[in-house]
Design a binder for this molecule. Sequence first.
Ligand SMILES: Cc1cc2nc3c(=O)[nH]c(=O)nc-3n(C[C@H](O)[C@H](O)[C@H](O)COP(=O)(O)OP(=O)(O)OC[C@H]3O[C@@H](n4cnc5c(N)ncnc54)[C@H](O)[C@@H]3O)c2cc1C
Length: 384
Amino acid sequence: MIETNTDWQDLREGIRSVCKKFSEDYWRELDQKRKYPTKFVNELTNAGYLACLIPEKYGGSGLNIRAASVILEEIHRSGGNGAACHAQMYIMGSLLKHGSEYLKDKYLSNIANGDLRLQAFGVTEPTSGTDTMSIKTYAVKKGDKYNINGQKIWTSRAEYSDLMLLLAKTNKEEKNKRNSLSLFLIDMRPYINKEINIKPIKTMINHSSTEVFFDNLEVNENCLIGEEGRGFEYILDGLNAERLLIAAECIGDAKYFIDKSTKYANDREVFGRPIGKNQAIQFPIAKAYSRMIAAELLLQKGCNLYDNKKNCGQEANIAKLLSAEASWDAAEATMQTFGGFSFSEEYHIERKFRETRLYQIAPVSTNMILAYVSHKILGFPRSY
Ligand SMILES: Cc1cc2nc3c(=O)[nH]c(=O)nc-3n(C[C@H](O)[C@H](O)[C@H](O)COP(=O)(O)OP(=O)(O)OC[C@H]3O[C@@H](n4cnc5c(N)ncnc54)[C@H](O)[C@@H]3O)c2cc1C
């Protein structure tokens, strides 16, 4: 097994011992049946890993983003997938940084002890896509309540979450679209199959993604996170954490593929010698490894800046871009190394190959990171 860093070694050992209980066969069976990994998520919750970012005073372990990234990396390098539960880590920042004391007191300790799940993040809509500021889900204030109507798409894990962080428009007149959106923490439980309806989407990976429909949902104004009209700003504020955590999942995938392909290339004999003797097999794996190492260093730097409350926009975005490319390179090299066997479900490669492709598109597409680098760092005129 390749070891490229030694930080958080005890945490790595702890999460590895949990992951060992969930073999690749476990993940394959869930993938085939499109089932949620309830047992795995419960085990992680009970061991406290999903509450790693929740402050100790609310029953969490109060760790930092680097620790969270190590947890997700190890899940992915074991052959598993953190998507079933990673949102609890990357949307936590919005509640911690901008949520009221009322919301924190009401929910955080219950999330930390596993009684409540905060796994759903409702941003994307069918007509707005990447253009978040054009969302149409509308929350109109009536007295001390908000009345919410609209539709989200791709809301992952909505069926396996009690709470949803929801972005909605609260001001249709506001000329500056940036100031027209607000963020809510919705307890979905009383409204399911009534004012909130969830419809699963069939996808190429096992991701529990759904469409969510809001029909005259009435919630108390105390569900609002921070101030009305500042939701987009809060979302942007949380994106660096999301970028870093997803980059860590990609690094985990890249290591998984590099371990698998290196072992297989050394074991598999064709023409009377291991296929790994051919540079055509060695070099793509070596290239993916080199890219992974570079991406991993940038990820560590980004986490370090984030944890020291410094601006990490450049590092978080580029780490996500390079990690997603490294995991895809490693996946591609592994497919080629396994040859025909890579197509067999038995070897697990095809499942991980499908899964790691997602990171070029979601949660943020490669194009939008390149646009960020072009506009914000290189100073090119905005293209949209
Ligand atoms: C499995 C899965 C899970 C997801 N989970 C969630 C979730 O939990 N919550 C949530 O809110 N969303 C979720 N998403 C949505 C995801 O964030 C969006 O799919 C993504 O942001 C892109 O939006 P879109 O699919 O509508 O693409 P579009 O906006 O239609 O874009 C299509 C393509 O055009 C490119 N493009 C668009 N505009 C530009 C431009 N100006 N310059 C260059 N390229 C451009 C995009 O990068 C993309 O490659 C999920 C998506 C998937 C597939």
